[in-house]
Design a binder for this molecule. Structure first.
Ligand code: NAI
Length: 324
């Protein structure tokens, strides 16, 4: 197997001053990429600012013989996103890879979340990804090459109590990545969503108040952690990220999970379902109730990659069920 190298490639990594982003930056630099280490330098709940976080990572990369520049802008504004991309252009002349990773947590009970707690989380995770990715996309499009990686979360794809704001933002990133993948396909640009799992400073933001929800507390307590000892760690996520943003990886429009050393594609799929008899008369709610088992039957699944693929899936189901 040939080594995965990034010589001549320029990577922006947001929130690269700590945790996952830092490890991605160090490993990509070790493999030859030139890195823009972006970090606002705040706390795990997004309070404060400092140059320290980004500067220390840049120093570590340079000490190891790599190339990196720091950027301290917040991803949460259009000006900040533009300035991050401009830093890459000023230092290295292009952008090949954009890993949208910056973020923080403000957990709370769903009905108690304030506008401030909702807006701050949507701004950093979802709007922040737009603000960085849009100018990066323009640069990649003009070069005919690009690799986007957006950072989703199992909280959004599978569920975690007391994270409605966070899951809504991370779920939005799935839609964003899908559309960047579709539009990017015309210009040599891929886009995927990464679902990392790691002990990081964000663990301190996980208020255990969510244990008040009985079914969720039961899920937390009864989960089997047998494969997870010493593996819910940052470096277990990095190999998947490095592969997904490499030239070798042509996968796009994907969702990938890293958890405890298990790497897996996560799929959005629709069941074959029940197809109502042909004709212009819609079925009744009672028809739906009568066929609900078939509507939910997991035996056959389709995985549409565009809105239009779903029409084809419907026709396939209709043929299988002898409706057409
Ligand atoms: P972390 O707190 O160690 O790193 C996040 C970095 O983002 C920090 O250095 C922070 O200063 C920076 N940041 C925050 N707001 C920023 C802004 N407005 N502009 C620029 N930088 C900003 O956390 P961790 O765990 O490394 O998280 C990285 C990403 O992975 C986040 O998006 C997080 O939501 C996501 N994630 C983490 C999981 C985990 O298990 N640690 C699970 C699922 C998703």
């Amino acid at each position: 197997m040939t080594d995965i190298r990034f010589n001549g490639r320029v990577a922006i990594i947001t929130g690269a001053g700590n945790g996952l982003g830092k490890d991605y930056a160090l490993e990509l630099a070790r493999r030859g990429a030139k890195i823009v280490v972006n970090d606002l330098g705040g706390s795990g709940s997004g309070q404060g600012e400092s140059h320290n976080a980004a500067d220390l990572v840049v120093e570590e990369i340079r000490d190891a013989g790599g190339e990196a520049v720091a950027n301290y802008d917040s991803v949460s504004s259009r000006e900040g996103g533009g300035a991050i991309v401009q830093t890459a252009l000023d230092a290295f002349g292009k952008v090949d890879i954009c890993i949208n990773n910056a973020g923080f947590l403000r957990n709370g009970r769903f009905e108690d979340l304030t506008d401030q707690e909702i807006d701050a989380i949507i701004n950093v995770h979802l709007k922040g990804a737009f603000y960085v990715a849009q100018p990066a996309f323009k640069v990649m499009r003009s070069n005919g090459y690009g690799r986007f990686l957006f950072t989703g979360s199992a909280s959004a794809m599978f569920g975690h109590a007391w994270q409605a704001n966070y899951a809504a933002a991370k779920g939005g990133l799935m839609g964003l990545s899908h559309i960047v993948a579709i539009e990017g396909s015309a210009y040599g640009i891929t886009s995927n969503l990464m679902m990392p799992t790691a002990q990081s400073r964000l663990a301190a933001e996980m208020d255990a108040g969510f244990m008040e929800i009985p079914a969720f507390a039961q899920a937390v307590q009864s989960a089997d952690y047998a494969a997870s000892a010493d593996r819910v760690e940052v470096p277990f996520n990095t190999p998947l990220v490095v592969y997904l943003v490499s030239e070798q990886c042509t996968s796009t429009h994907g969702i990938y999970s890293a958890n405890s050393g298990r790497y897996a594609k996560v799929r959005i799929a629709a069941a074959d379902g029940w197809v109502a008899p042909m004709g212009a008369t819609p079925p009744s709610a009672e028809d739906i109730a009568a066929h609900f088992g078939q509507i939910c039957d997991p035996a056959i699944y389709h995985e549409p990659l565009t809105v239009y693929d779903e029409f084809t899936a419907v026709a396939e189901a209709a043929r299988r069920q002898s409706v057409i």
